[in-house]
Design a protein around this ligand. Structure first.
Ligand SMILES: [Zn+2]
Length: 260
């Protein structure tokens, strides 16, 4: 069985972009760990950052438990994730503790600075985690760089609205309900997302995005992924091999398609 580590910026990002695939991996018996960089303490108006952080970490742990996954918060601050020396060491220690075969992180191009910073941090920490003399804490260095994947950006687009082409999709139709339950564990986010993002239907927007990716891959609901396969990172399709028949290739795609 493989160890899979999902790393994203805020509570509910993993649930929005990768929970269907992670639910399938969990059902197949793989060991799943979910990490958020921050506790989402900045995204509220009715509660203090400390109270919000406590609530959001509880919600993220509840969501993870739905698929039997562990949850860890890396302890960075909202809008304060940077790819610097201390942060890279902290992320590397987390990766060494989880000892993953596969890391799935945020898109390097996305709407939010934390999403982009987490992607760089995770990418560079995957490399650093295999360097024995790079000291981070008690956890031992990994024997090799883990396989690295990126989730879709929010809405599948860069800040400039450019569509980001996934390498492959995962048919999550049978896990949409699990994904919805995991997302809705983030109960404190519903009012915030309505206020900040103008999204009144929290679960509905996730389902709509799954349908949109489903059309790209010729299934009812899908999630898209890219593999970072540049040397010295491993290029073999470790995640695709675990997912088997659920992996789909793009069925409908044009770079000029602006349809949501
Ligand atoms: Zn986020």
């Amino acid at each position: 069985m493989a160890a899979v580590l999902a790393i994203h910026a805020h509570p509910d990002d993993i649930e929005t972009l990768g929970a269907g695939t992670l639910a399938l991996l969990a059902k197949l018996g793989h060991r799943i760990t979910l990490v958020t960089a921050t506790a989402g303490e900045g995204g509220a108006t009715e509660t203090t950052p400390e109270e919000t952080a406590r609530v959001r970490q509880g919600e993220a742990a509840t969501a993870a438990a739905i698929i039997g996954a562990d949850y860890r918060c890396a302890g960075f601050g909202d809008l304060a994730v940077f790819n610097d020396d201390a942060s890279r060491r902290r992320m590397t220690e987390l990766i060494r503790e989880a000892r993953p075969d596969i890391v799935i992180t945020s898109s390097p191009v996305d709407y939010h600075p934390d999403h982009e910073a987490v992607s760089l941090l995770a990418r560079d920490a995957c490399f650093a985690s295999s360097v024995p003399n790079y000291r981070t804490g008690a956890a031992a260095a990994l024997p090799a760089i883990p396989h690295l994947y990126f989730m879709d950006a929010i809405g599948g687009r860069s800040r400039e609205g450019e569509r980001i082409r996934p390498d492959f999709g995962v048919d999550i139709t049978n896990f949409l309900e699990t994904k919805r339950r995991m997302l809705m564990a983030h109960r404190s986010q519903v009012a915030w997302v309505a206020r900040q993002h103008g999204i009144d239907d929290y679960a509905g927007s996730m389902v709509s995005w799954g349908e949109r990716r489903g059309r790209d891959f010729g299934v009812a609901y899908a999630e898209g992924f890219r593999q970072y396969r540049h040397p010295p990172y491993p290029a073999t399709p470790a995640l695709q091999d675990l997912l088997g028949e659920a992996v789909r290739q793009l069925a409908n795609w044009t770079d000029t398609d602006q349809a949501r």
